[in-house]
Write a protein that binds this ligand. Structure first.
Ligand code: GLY
Ligand code: MN
Ligand code: MN
Length: 451
C-alpha cells in the first residue's frame, strides 16, 4: 500500500477513534457470497471496512478500542496457509496485518469469538451496525451476553449499542482531496469508455457489444470493476430505468442511453450519456434532449454550499415541467403541473444521490427532518431524464424515447466542480463527434482533446 494511503487510513481511524470516547467499534468485512456450488461471486470488500483499513481480504474484522492496552487498532484476519494460498491467492496473515496494514495488534480470525468478551469488557458503548449480517449479529450479541454474565465480578458490560454508521458515514460523506481526486480519476476512465462507446455504437450492432467495449476500457485502464451494472438501452429500452439485458440490436433512428461508470481504487463514477445511434437527432429527439440538457445544466448550477439536494431537484423539475407543458406532453400551467406532480409519469426518479466509495453512497439525506445543506467535499450526481414509453399518452412523435444525462459534481467552497468533465453532451458536439465515425474495420478517429 502506498505510504500516503496508509497515512490517510490512519488519519480516518484517528478521527473515528476520537468519536468513540469510552466505546468500542466493531466493523466486519463484507461476507463472501456463493454463486452456485463451490463457486463464489467476485469478492468486494465492505466500504466502511476498506475506508478504515485499506484491507481487501475476506474473513476479517476490525476492532477499534480507544486506550486499549494491546493496541487501539486491532485486526482479525485469515492466517497464512500455503496450501490454501495456492488456490485462493496470497494472504497478508497476522504478521502482514501489522507490518503492511499498520494494525497495532492482529489475531487469527478463528480467535475472534474467544477474544470478543475481553474486548467488550469495561466499555459503555458499542458502535456496531446491527442488521447487516444476522450471523455476525449473533456473534456480537453472544459476546455482549458473555460480559453481562460476569458483571458481578465488577466488569462493566456495554449498555448501549449505537449504529457505527452515524459517525462513519458522516465522515465518508465529506470527501478529502485525495478522495475527490480518486473519483476524478475514475471519471477520466469513464470518459474514455463513453467516448469509445460513442465511436462504436451504430445501427446493426447490439447493445451488448457496446457494453463489452465499455468493460474493456474499464479493465484495460487497470480499474477493478464497474461501479454498477452498465446500462446500454437503445430505442424504447432507454425508457426502462434499470435496463440490464443489453441484448437489443440497435437500429437506425434510435437514441441509445448509456449509464456506465467505473470503480477505481474503491471509488465510483456514475455517468450517463444519450445520443443518436446513427449520428443525427431527429427533431423530436433533439427537442427532448435539449430540454434534459437544460435541466441538467440548471440543476448543476444549483449545487453550492448551503443549497440542498431538494433545491437541485427542484431546479431540474422546473425546467423539465416547463418543457413538457410547452411540448404538449402534460397539461399546464407549469406551476400547477409542478404542484400536482404531473411530470412524474415521465420523470419518476430524483435528480441526485451521494457518490463515493459506493455508487449510491452513504450519508443522510435529511438532518432533523430537513434536507441536508450541501457542504464542500460532498459529491452528488446530477442526472435528470425524461422517459416516454412506447405506450405513453403523449404525441406519437415523442413515444419510445428515453433520455438521461448524468455527471458527478463535487461541492466546493464557492460552488461546484464537475468531476466528469469533457464527456460530450451538447447536441451539436455529439453530432459532430458521431458524424465522424468511420465504417467498421477502419481505425477510430482520435479522441477530442479535453476542453
Ligand atoms: N447508475 C445508477 C444511477 O444512476 O443511480
Ligand atoms: Mn447512473
Ligand atoms: Mn446515478
Amino acid at each position: 500500500m502506498a505510504p500516503q494511503l496508509q497515512a490517510e487510513y490512519a488519519e480516518r481511524r484517528k478521527r473515528f477513534l476520537g468519536e468513540l470516547t469510552d466505546g468500542i467499534a466493531i466493523v466486519p468485512c463484507a461476507p463472501s457470497f456463493i454463486r452456485n456450488n463451490d463457486v463464489e461471486h467476485e469478492y468486494r470488500q465492505d466500504s466502511d471496512f476498506y475506508y478504515l483499513t485499506g484491507f481487501d481480504e475476506p474473513e476479517s474484522v476490525l476492532v477499534l478500542k480507544p486506550g486499549h492496552a494491546d493496541g487501539e487498532y486491532i485486526l482479525f484476519v485469515r492466517e497464512r496457509d500455503p496450501e490454501r494460498e495456492v488456490w485462493d491467492g496470497r494472504r497478508a496473515g497476522v504478521d502482514g496485518a501489522v507490518t503492511k496494514f499498520g494494525a497495532e495488534a492482529a489475531y487469527p480470525i478463528a480467535e475472534f469469538d474467544k477474544r470478543l468478551p475481553e474486548l467488550l469488557s469495561d466499555v459503555r458503548r458499542l458502535h456496531y451496525r446491527l442488521g447487516q449480517d444476522p450471523d455476525f449479529d449473533r456473534r456480537v450479541v453472544a459476546g455482549v451476553q458473555n460480559v453481562r454474565r460476569r458483571v458481578r465480578t465488577g466488569v462493566v458490560a456495554p449498555s448501549e449499542i449505537v449504529d457505527s454508521a452515524v459517525s462513519l458515514h458522516g465522515m465518508r460523506l465529506r470527501k478529502s482531496s485525495q478522495e475527490l481526486s480518486a473519483i476524478e480519476r475514475a471519471g477520466a476512465i469513464t470518459r474514455s469508455a463513453h467516448l469509445r462507446a460513442m465511436q462504436m455504437a451504430r445501427p446493426g450492432r447490439h447493445e451488448f457489444e457496446v457494453e463489452a467495449e465499455i468493460l474493456r476500457v474499464f479493465r484495460q485502464s487497470g480499474a477493478e470493476r464497474p461501479a454498477y451494472g452498465s446500462i446500454v438501452g437503445s430505442g424504447p429500452n432507454a425508457t426502462i430505468l434499470h435496463h440490464r439485458r443489453n441484448d437489443r440490436l440497435m437500429q437506425e433512428g434510435d437514441l441509445v442511453l448509456i449509464d456506465a461508470g467505473v470503480e477505481l481504487d474503491y471509488y465510483a463514477s456514475d455517468v450517463t450519456r444519450t445520443f443518436p445511434v446513427s449520428g443525427r437527432f431527429s427533431a423530436p429527439q433533439r427537442e427532448l434532449y435539449e430540454l434534459v440538457l437544460q435541466a441538467q445544466l440548471e440543476a448543476i448550477d444549483a449545487v453550492k454550499p448551503g443549497a440542498t439536494m431538494v433545491d437541485v431537484h427542484d431546479a431540474a423539475v422546473a425546467v423539465l415541467t416547463d418543457g413538457m407543458v410547452k411540448l404538449g406532453l402534460i397539461e399546464g400551467p407549469c406551476e400547477k403541473a409542478i404542484e400536482e406532480g404531473r411530470y412524474k409519469p415521465y420523470y419518476m426518479h430524483k435528480t441526485s444521490h451521494w457518490l463515493g466509495m459506493d455508487v449510491h453512497d452513504v450519508g443522510n439525506y435529511f438532518v432533523d427532518k430537513r434536507p441536508r445543506p450541501l457542504e464542500p467535499g460532498m459529491v452528488l450526481t446530477v442526472e435528470p431524464g425524461i422517459y416516454l414509453a412506447e405506450d405513453a399518452e403523449v404525441p406519437e412523435a415523442y413515444r419510445g424515447i428515453g433520455i438521461r444525462i448524468e455527471d458527478d459534481i463535487a461541492v466546493t467552497a464557492d460552488g461546484h466542480r464537475n468531476l466528469t468533465p469533457n464527456i460530450p453532451k451538447s447536441p451539436d458536439e455529439l453530432e459532430a463527434l458521431l458524424g465522424a465515425r468511420t465504417p467498421e474495420g477502419q481505425p477510430p478517429p482520435r479522441e477530442p482533446a479535453p476542453a
